[in-house]
Design a protein around this ligand. Structure first.
Ligand code: HEM
Length: 283
């Protein structure tokens, strides 16, 4: 049994120690604020929001490990995947607990909310799939299930990623936050990256640039499409949202942030001079 800050052979790992501190930090920060009396009567709502945000961040980082380790030529990143995944499950559990506490643990009210609000039903399905993945994340369970079966089961992480992004994205109607759109765009990039590595075999650098374009355009379309289909805005207003991506009047747009991040990764891949090897990085 190794500690969260050690390698399998027991050696201290600075990378794992920093990541461990990073996954605990939001929880510690929240607890300190609570004891300082900085959280008012809406404690549960604040906890729902904060834990939800950290759950999705750690989940997306878990899914980003495969492309990042290949692009940055940093295989040790794989050793962080389990810790990040478990952190995502931990923060989602706190999220569900805070949501239930906000409804005074009234099981009837909780069940009604989960069943009749679409975004909550989507979040609940994501959580229900997360639980078996968390429970089977130990070495003993990998052994017990056998490599291929364990891998097939853990591929459900993509489904969790999709449902979690959808859950967050559907909240745009209530909370206009750019983060939901940014994660949606980055999720498209991650999935397109994996699809490319799986289907195309040995793509060249232009495929990588294509991924940048796909992620950027998808972010713009997802944002505008969301307001077109789920809100009462007319098509003229939707065109305004779309045009804000290139007229620069609305400040830094989610599509620009996505474009900058994935373009930087593409440039790093090119600088390493081996984009082909990068895309073929093993999962
Ligand atoms: C267990 C089932 C879940 C329930 C009952 C649930 C419930 C909620 C509720 C009530 C909100 C707040 C809505 C508001 O502020 O009005 C919320 C927001 C959120 N949830 Fe969940 N959720 C669930 C699963 C998930 C999962 C699996 C994730 C991601 C891993 C997630 C991530 C988020 C995020 C990012 C927000 C928005 C936070 C913010 O910016 O305010 N949730 N969820």
């Amino acid at each position: 049994m190794t500690a969260p800050w050690t390698e399998r052979n027991g050696d201290f790992s600075a990378l794992k120690a920093i990541t461990f501190a990073g996954v605990l930090a939001p929880g510690v920060y929240f607890t300190v604020r609570y004891f300082q009396g900085a959280l008012d009567a809406s404690l549960w709502q604040i906890l729902v929001r904060e834990s939800g945000l950290w759950a999705i961040r750690f989940l997306m980082l878990t899914l980003a490990i495969t492309p990042l380790k290949a692009i940055l030529a940093w295989p040790q990143l794989t050793t962080l995947r389990r810790m990040l995944g478990v952190a995502a499950l931990g923060y989602t559990s706190v999220h569900l607990l805070a949501f239930s506490a906000d409804l005074t643990f009234d099981l009837g009210a909780i069940a009604a909310e989960l069943a009749f609000r679409f975004y909550l039903a989507v979040g609940t399905i994501a959580f229900l799939i997360m639980v078996p993945l968390g429970l089977t994340s130990t070495d003993a369970m990998v052994k017990r299930l056998g490599g291929p079966r364990w891998k097939r089961l853990h591929q459900m992480a993509y489904v969790i990623g999709f449902l979690s992004v959808l859950h967050f994205f559907l909240l745009l109607l209530k909370l206009i936050t750019p983060e939901a759109t940014i994660w949606a765009g980055l999720f498209v990039w991650m999935m397109a990256y994996r699809g490319l590595a799986f289907w195309v075999g040995r793509p060249g650098k232009w495929w990588g640039l294509g991924l940048v374009a796909v992620a950027t355009v998808s972010t713009m379309l997802l944002e505008a499409g969301f307001f077109l289909f789920l809100s009462t805005l007319g098509t003229d207003r939707v065109f305004l949202i779309l045009s804000a991506n290139w007229n620069g009047q609305a400040g830094l747009r989610p599509s620009w942030i996505v474009a900058m991040l994935v373009l930087s990764l593409w440039i790093i891949g090119i600088a390493r001079g081996d984009y082909k090897a990068m895309v073929r990085g093993r999962a």
